[in-house]
Ligand binder design. Structure first.
Ligand code: ATP
Ligand code: MG
Length: 578
């Protein structure tokens, strides 16, 4: 097996920073984390973050944690947790430690009390709407909350009572006391805690208050000793708040907080993390926002989260994409701070390049018409040896049965051939792959419909015979009708027919752009050795494309194959590109 993951040509800016930090001795070893919120399925964008977080840890001899950022109990679900773990492992990574932000709720709470003691946080009674009014705008400074100057004693008492569940949802918040006039709105006394009496999947009813994202995220990184906290560009404006939380709480310099870690059964790994942002992966011809993905599934516009047309990792896996192809995509796209839109063909090219090297070849006919070779005896039957891979002898050979009647593709015959047509025509010749040259002698019709072809095989053109090398324009594939196994082939294509389905500036909705031809189910015939493969086996059906035995539905008695991708980019032609 060849690994399609090539070594990167140069070091991206994040790897450069890590390299320098190790060289200078700033860090002896590095730690990263992948911090998904378990409120949905991972998509191909997340693969970029996973490959970066786990990848750099691997490359620099460090460790990467998987941390579920589960601070938003109402939206989270164990179903997502299981799928996310599965996806990370499928991509080929393993976490040093599996953590949850909720593991740290007690530490967060005590850190908040510390902020209160320091005069860095206060309990605010403004309603959500008032908070918005007081916040100001991009061009106008905010105003101080009337509760900003509460005494430490009052703040401590109120916060402890928030924690005890004395107040209603939304009645109060704990806010950081930073600067209501800051040019960065994130620093205008952001909320650190809110009251929310919702059961949590890990902590049950223990907590009526939950920490806000920026507070929980920065402190979780500090608790786990994350050295490089990699995230996407939209968090750039949050970095000052991230640093503020880390510095003011100063976990590593605080014996009491460190003790609370040990009390929670956690090791003391505290360190000061550094947040570094990189650009998101954006792909055309698909949607990646959670809202739209949820709509596709709930409105049954697709068949679930693992529908082979979905950009979710579960969908891509079921479609037949390999983990190597996704890692290759991330590598080809690279890491930078420049936002860019990647053409879907780049993703398709990655899976083609990966599978070309390692998928075994088989023959399948997806739109069959029968060709009877009348000059062979009725009971003619033989076995032909075929190489499993044209460029890799180690892949071995297989037996392919051949008989008097074969299925060929309907498209490989034209009664009235267009100019340049090189395959079978009435009275014309074509090579049957591995067999020899056949001539079409007779076209059997029912009305206008061609229902069968009758022809003859030229024995002198069979392999090893004198005319075996006779030149002929076309070669077509075939499946013995007597031996071929009926299979369901699902010919998938891109889910959307426009590059930017989310663009609603013309009044359209992304649902309007679903490609009506994104799935086509056909009854096909495959050679016997394609039928009894294990689920998730990927094959090239010669001349048709790459296919995978469906993860859920495939069985030897009822083979089901998904088309991963065609052999060539058929969309480039449509959009006028070369
Ligand atoms: P979305 O905004 O699409 O709903 P999310 O950012 O809410 O996704 P999280 O669970 O918070 O999903 O993401 C976990 C990690 O994956 C974060 O570090 C986030 O920055 C990263 N990530 C999410 N989408 C992308 C993307 N398109 N490209 C690269 N990284 C991404
Ligand atoms: Mg997010």
């Amino acid at each position: 097996m060849t690994d399609a993951t090539e070594k990167p040509a140069g070091r991206d800016f994040i790897r450069q920073i890590i390299h320098d930090d190790l060289q200078s001795g700033k860090h002896k070893s590095i730690r990263t984390r992948f911090p998904p919120e378990p409120n949905g399925y991972l998509h191909i964008g997340h693969a970029k973050a996973i490959c970066l977080d786990f990848g750099v840890a691997e490359e620099f001899g460090g460790l990467c944690n998987l941390r579920f950022d589960d601070t938003n109990p109402a939206k989270e679900d164990p179903e997502y947790v299981a799928a996310i773990k599965d996806d990370v492992q499928w991509l080929g990574f393993d976490w040093a430690e599996l953590r949850h932000s909720s593991d740290y709720f007690e530490v967060f709470y005590r850190a908040a009390l510390k902020l209160i003691e320091q005069g860095d946080a206060y309990v605010c009674d403004l309603t959500a709407e008032q908070v918005r009014e007081y916040r100001g705008t991009l061009t106008e400074p905010g105003r101080n909350s009337p509760f900003r100057e509460r005494s430490v004693e009052e703040n401590r008492d109120l916060f402890q009572r928030m924690r005890a569940g004395e107040f209603a949802d939304g009645a109060r918040t704990l806010r950081a006391k930073i600067d209501m006039a800051s040019g960065n709105i994130n620093l205008r006394d952001p909320a650190l805690y809110r009251i929310k009496k919702v059961a949590h999947q890990n902590t049950g009813d223990a907590w009526p208050i939950y920490p806000m994202y920026d507070y929980a995220h920065s402190l979780s990184d500090a608790i786990e000793g994350i050295t490089h906290s990699l995230c996407t560009l939209e968090f750039e404006d949050h970095r000052p708040l991230y640093d503020w939380c880390v510095d003011r709480v100063d976990l590593a310099g605080n014996p009491e907080l460190l003790q609370s870690l040990l009390d929670a059964g956690l090791p003391n790994q505290a360190a000061k993390p550094r947040q570094i942002e990189f650009s998101r992966l954006n792909l055309n011809y698909t949607v990646m926002s959670k809202r739209r993905l949820v709509a596709l599934v709930h409105e049954k516009l697709v068949n679930g989260w693992d529908d082979p047309r979905m950009p979710t990792l579960q969908g891509l896996r079921r479609r037949g994409y390999t983990p190597e192809s996704l890692r290759l995509l991330v590598q080809r796209v690279g890491i930078s701070k420049q936002n860019s839109l990647i053409d879907f063909s780049v993703l398709e090219g990655c899976v083609r390049d990966d599978l070309d090297a390692r998928a075994e070849r088989r023959m399948a006919v997806v739109n069959p018409i029968k060709l009877t070779l009348t000059n062979l005896p009725e009971d003619h039957e033989e076995t032909i040896r075929f190489p499993n891979h044209p460029k890799n002898a180690d892949a071995g050979e297989r037996n392919v049965p051949f008989s008097r009647e074969v299925w060929i593709e309907r498209d490989d015959f034209e009664e009235v051939p267009p100019k340049g047509f090189r395959r079978l025509i009435p009275g014309g010749e074509v090579r049957l792959r591995g067999i020899g040259i056949v001539r079409c002698d007779e076209v059997v019709k029912d009305g206008d419909a061609v229902i069968e072809l009758r022809g003859s095989l030229d024995p002198a053109t069979r392999p090893g015979q004198p005319d075996a090398d006779r030149k002929i324009k076309g070669t077509i594939h075939w499946v013995s009708a007597k031996h071929g196994v009926a299979a369901e082939v699902r010919q998938y294509d891109r889910l959307f027919s426009v590059p930017d389905p989310s663009d609603d500036s013309d009044g359209s909705d992304f649902r309007d752009h679903i490609n009506p031809d994104s799935i086509q189910r056909v009854d096909a015939y495959v050679e016997p050795s394609a039928a009894d493969v294990d689920a998730e086996t990927r094959l090239q059906f010669e001349r048709l494309g790459y296919f995978v035995a469906d993860r859920r539905d495939h069985g030897a008695r009822r083979p089901v194959f998904n088309r991963i991708v065609t052999l060539r980019d058929t969309w480039a032609k449509l959009s006028g590109k070369s």
